[in-house]
Design a protein around this ligand. Sequence first.
Ligand code: FAD
Length: 465
Amino acid sequence: MSIALAWFRRDLRLADNPALAAALAAHDHVVPVYVHAPHEEAPWPAGAASRCWLHRSLVALDRDLRARGSTLHVYAGDSLATLREVAAATGAHAVYWNRLYEPAARARDASVEQALRADGLGVHGFNSALLCEPWAIATASGGPYRVFTPYWRNLRARLEPRPPLPAPHRMPATAPATAPIDALDLLPRRRWDAGFDAAWRPGEAGAEVALQRFLDEALGGYAVARDVPSVAGTSRLSPHLHFGEISPMRIAWEIEHARVDGKEAFLRELGWREFSHHLLFHFPASSERNLDPAFDAYPWARIEPRQLRRWQQGRTGMPIVDAGMRELWATGWMHNRVRMLVASFLTKNLRQHWLHGARWFWDTLVDADLANNTQGWQWTAGTGADAAPYFRIFNPVTQGERFDPDGTYIRRWVPELAAFDARAIHRPWTVPAALRRSGYPAPIIDLGASRAAALAGYESMRRAE
Ligand code: FAD
């Protein structure tokens, strides 16, 4: 009898899972394995919000496997040692997995593959996380892209969504169940994650519901509504995509066949996700270091723990910034437009290094993703590939007026300001008596002066080049 291991990592689904499908096609029995090994993800092991999601996602995957007669075999420890042990115990002679692209995961997988092959096991890797492998697209001179538009033109021209692979109907169990998922200790002791359950449904079935909701209700208006944080105008698929509960190919397939406007705008955002992975793959140090080395000479302000805390808590006195930071804390997610605004405020108005923001997002986002987070922060800070010109510093007041004109989003997350009218809600300090009564703080920084200081810092950096 031929037995194989399917090593689940961030591909926590049964449908359109190429590694699982290939293992099932080639072997009589497939043992689904998950190994919790945060030390192998250093220096970016999953943050607190991600672990909350992961717990729920593993529970969902195990439930889906049990419905097919199987179970998820869960372990904690060293990946290679665990795979060796499970292979020996089950008599497996091949291991199947879907590829990851973060530098630490790639290094780990390369050494696991080498060692397993040396043991005489078959090793089979697949792409399930991206529309296109990061190395498959290159500029005319053969190098990586650093600018999004030509990258996307290249990828879009070759993108041919294929129909998704079906989920298996039955997967008979081959080995006794292992440690319960609770033993991984992924959930916080003090359950601050209660708000997540109202906002999310982790797991493959939840991803499917999110996709259908988006196709039915939001795709048609996406090009415009995607910038309005008070409405559910985007897909909210990001945590599902990060944990591989749905494949980008499956999403692209559905989008390609949808008969509505707005398709291209949405595919383009999936393209940004691809571009982020392309960048992280080709510039693996970029999660720690400026992609544009000129910014190594940028005069960041001295670290201000008090200001940083006020930013994290959503008490900067800048209403749309605070609304975003509180949405993040309550739900583990923040609207993309507002992510750009809070990141710009931290890196340009407060002139704090983008890594301070990236680390906070890493711990608090349920969709925290090394490629997307790095790219998002470096782009906004101006230090990255294809970054917005540095001098285009977002003004949180005018951005709030433009994208949250009646203040609905701010009112939802900053209830102290609920009674302010649509104009004053974006600049509550202009009504000092009402501001005092509200308990909402005055701004921690002057927008004009801090903008001028950021530009002066940029000029001094340019002169140093
Ligand atoms: P939709 O608008 O429905 O887009 C569909 C999918 O496309 C998303 O789920 C996501 O996978 C991808 N996508 C959309 N916008 C972007 C983008 N700008 N860059 C890369 N991929 C994109 N996204 C993450 O998934 N994880 C992160 O850790 C992350 N950190 C960010 C940090 C900053 C400072 C900024 C500015 C952006 C960050 N983003 C991150 C990108 C973006 O904000 C989120 O992907 C998006 O808000 C998720 O919501 P959605 O699924 O409704 O997006």
